[in-house]
Design a protein around this ligand. Structure first.
Ligand code: FAD
Length: 566
């Protein structure tokens, strides 16, 4: 099949989005499509995933144009930015989810949804292998095949343990609504256990030691929420043990919230210090057992600390079936699915990837860039050949196509110019660019990748962009003389995806939030908390969830958080 956005597509296929699905057995598709002229067969789009990217794609797709099938192991969309609030009962779980069938029904059009997970993508035969959670097909294994014309992979990512022993068995993760519910129960269990009459002081302390591993936005927000829950609500209910509560935040880097402006990092560390949250930076957790967390620091060596409950929030990794897919298409050495500027999976016709499964997480970006710096440093001769610069930049561009666009959009002199003019130059030729200058130029890359985190913002913008492309595909086919963007290697009907960074928040507890808005405008305090409330109320996916979330906030202001362990 042709690369849909480059070449002229024919409308004879099916677009499939992998996200959530239900049911089993082999899928049969009806050929008759009464709304369309005779002989017209809609293409089948399969969408995998009902998270930020998949749902935004579906909400913006003109479903009259395609036969759309949605597959996902969960039959709802979850508003993940409010999950830390769910862990402490500030917001109820049902307030942050919207059933996908309701979203699709509101949209109207030709959508089908199956609650199942994809466990294998077969790009050669344009099929995906799925498994229902409820084992409903004739063989009793719940497996079924779905074919596609276009596949949209929007399956997000999994929590990454970095193979640290004991993490999976002993730590909580905070990725799904169920995780938040488990954490909430576990916090209450720790308090109830610590209140039992036969425990000594040490055992009570152990049960009331809450450890958060990972000083990124999720870990920091959870630590802040927990601190508020303890001081505002639980201290009144457990007066005899409240002085034994300890919250520790462990981060391997030198600071927490490293992706934010330095002012925010400093403010957060100072505030947590004042609140009594023990921020341990420069410590790497190397082992977690049932009773203790072992961490390492060059100065102190290994330290094992007893704990009652631990939440692991150190970053995300690629799902195993996506890794398998990447191997099939020659991307085994990549960390996430590599796409081009039009979000098409490289070396794989008619497959698109959006959201976390195709967006590299910031920590990994930094590691990659550091590696590239190390490579550049090997040459101490003072200059780099065009070929060396090309190689390094190509590596960056393949991993982060947005960086290329950024450089071009800024009409950067220096390295971007070198790439353009360097074509055809020999390997031996050196250019008038010292390593220092090269590093300086790369630091622009560094500042740009800070704006490419694996976030809901990126996922939603990608979903929306891709839907727009799909919606225009037919019109572009019918009007080949319409506006066409000319690029080096060919003609493209669509502008490439461009990410627009709208800013980010870091709630720090005590009704204070840090906000970093475009233009590096920083605001910290109570006023930003109100901005946070308004933005998150506005961003809700439906009026139902908006009303529920706002009433949860109101309930919390009036009655406090609920401390029953349900
Ligand atoms: P997801 O939203 O994770 O969706 C993935 C979908 O794929 C799900 O429906 C899942 O069920 C489905 N799926 C999984 N496996 C399969 C399979 N095998 N087959 C089919 N479907 C599958 N971002 C922000 O911008 N701002 C924030 O404040 C913010 N706060 C966050 C707080 C928390 C606690 C967390 C966990 C994340 C937060 N994020 C935030 C990040 C944001 O949630 C993610 O970047 C975003 O969810 C990515 O969207 P996605 O569609 O790629 O993946």
């Amino acid at each position: 099949a042709s690369r849909a956005f480059n070449n002229r597509p024919t409308f004879t296929g099916l677009v499939v989005v992998l996200a959530a699905s239900s049911g089993g057995g082999l899928v049969a598709y009806a050929d008759s499509q009464p709304d369309q002229p005779q002989g017209f067969k809609k293409k089948k789009v399969v969408v995998l995933g009902t998270g930020w990217a998949g749902t935004t794609f579906l909400r913006n797709l003109d479903s009259k144009l395609y036969d759309v099938q949605v597959i996902s192991p969960r039959n709802y969309f979850a508003f993940t930015p409010l999950l830390p609030s769910v862990t402490c009962g500030t917001v109820e779980p049902r307030s942050v989810v919207e059933p996908i069938r309701r979203i699709l029904e509101k949209k109207g059009g030709d959508f089908k949804f199956w609650e199942a997970e994809c466990f294998k993508i077969d790009p050669a035969n344009k099929k995906i292998h799925c498994r229902s959670n409820v084992e409903t097909n004739l063989d009793g294994n719940g497996e079924f095949l779905v074919d596609y014309d276009y596949l949209v992979v929007a399956v997000g990512a999994r929590s990454n343990t970095f193979n640290t022993p004991g993490v999976t068995e002993n730590c909580h993760f905070l990725k799904e609504v169920e995780d938040a519910q488990k954490i909430r129960r576990s916090v209450m269990d720790c308090f109830e256990k610590a209140s039992l009459p036969y425990l000594n002081e040490e055992e009570r302390k152990k049960n009331l030691h809450f450890v958060v591993v990972g000083g990124g936005p999720t870990g920091v927000e959870f630590a802040a929420e927990l601190h508020d829950f303890v001081t505002e609500d639980l201290s009144k209910l457990y007066p005899s043990i409240q002085h034994l509560v300890k919250i520790s935040l462990i981060e391997a880097a030198d600071h927490i919230l490293t992706m934010f402006d330095k002012r925010i990092t400093n403010f957060a560390e100072d505030k947590f210090g004042r609140d009594g949250i023990d921020v341990k930076t420069g410590y790497k957790v190397v082992k977690v057992s049932k009773d203790a967390i072992t961490m390492q620091n060059p100065a102190t060596g290994d330290i094992a600390v007893p704990y009652g409950m631990a939440v692991w929030s150190t970053g995300i990794g690629t799902r195993p079936f996506v890794v398998d897919f990447m191997k099939q298409i020659g991307q085994a050495n990549r960390r996430v699915l590599a796409t081009d500027e039009w979000l098409r999976v490289r070396e794989c016709d008619d497959v698109y990837a959006v959201g976390d499964c195709a967006t590299i997480n910031q920590r990994r970006v930094m590691e990659d860039i550091s590696e590239i710096f190390r490579v550049a440093d090997k040459d101490k001769s003072g200059t780099l050949t065009v070929k060396e610069i090309q190689d390094i930049l190509e590596d960056i561009y393949v991993r982060y196509p947005q960086v290329k666009l950024y450089m071009e959009s800024k009409q950067m002199n220096g390295i971007a110019d070198l790439i353009r003019t360097g074509k055809g130059d020999t390997e031996k030729e050196s250019v008038d660019l010292s390593i220092e200058e090269f590093k300086k130029a790369l630091s622009l890359v560094d500042s740009q990748v800070k704006n490419l985190p694996a976030t809901a913002q990126v996922a939603a913008q990608q979903g929306q962009y891709l839907a727009t492309c799909f919606n225009k595909m037919q019109a572009a086919e019918e009007n080949p003389e319409g506006p066409i963007r000319i690029r080096g290697e060919g003609r493209h009907r669509f502008n490439p995806f461009r990410y627009r960074h709208l800013g980010q928040f870091a709630p720090l507890g005590g009704e204070q939030t840090a906000a970093q808005l475009p233009g590096d405008w920083v605001s910290i305090g109570h006023s930003s908390q109100w901005l946070w409330y308004s933005v998150y109320a506005t961003k809700q996916i439906s009026w139902r969830t908006r009303a529920l979330v706002i009433s949860d906030w109101g309930r919390r202001f009036i009655f406090g958080r609920d401390s029953s362990g349900i």
